[in-house]
Write a protein that binds this ligand. Structure first.
Ligand SMILES: [Cu+2]
Length: 111
């Protein structure tokens, strides 16, 4: 009985952190992040996926270690980044920043 309960708790802890997907470019060919506002909890991961015509990259304001500076040309290319520090982070695609390819990731403190 207690063994079963322990297994359930471990499962809950593992499920406590989620993976969200954010697209770079959309199916209609617009130079946007999708969604443009994403709220996650500290410890969650964002999977960034090149969807629309690139090249795209990802700059996270003030956090070069979370950024993905190499340009991604291939549709479907993706990478994951964990966000473990609460805050509101402006992000943008360097080649398309002037075209409005910007977004925000809001990382909530645990609780
Ligand atoms: Cu771009």
């Amino acid at each position: 009985m207690s063994k079963h309960r322990h297994g359930w708790l471990v499962g809950r802890l593992l499920l406590g952190f989620l993976v969200f997907t954010m697209l770079l470019g959309n199916d209609e060919g617009f130079l946007v992040f999708q969604p443009e506002q994403l709220t996650i909890n500290a410890g969650d991961t964002v999977s960034f996926e090149v969807r629309g015509l690139g090249p795209h990259n990802l700059i996270v304001a003030g956090h070069p270690e979370w950024s993905h500076e190499p340009l991604s040309f291939a549709l479907g290319e993706s990478w994951e980044q964990k966000f473990d520090t609460p805050g509101r982070y402006a992000i943008w695609c360097e080649p398309h920043r002037a075209a409005g390819m910007t977004a925000e990731i809001n990382v909530l403190a645990p609780g």
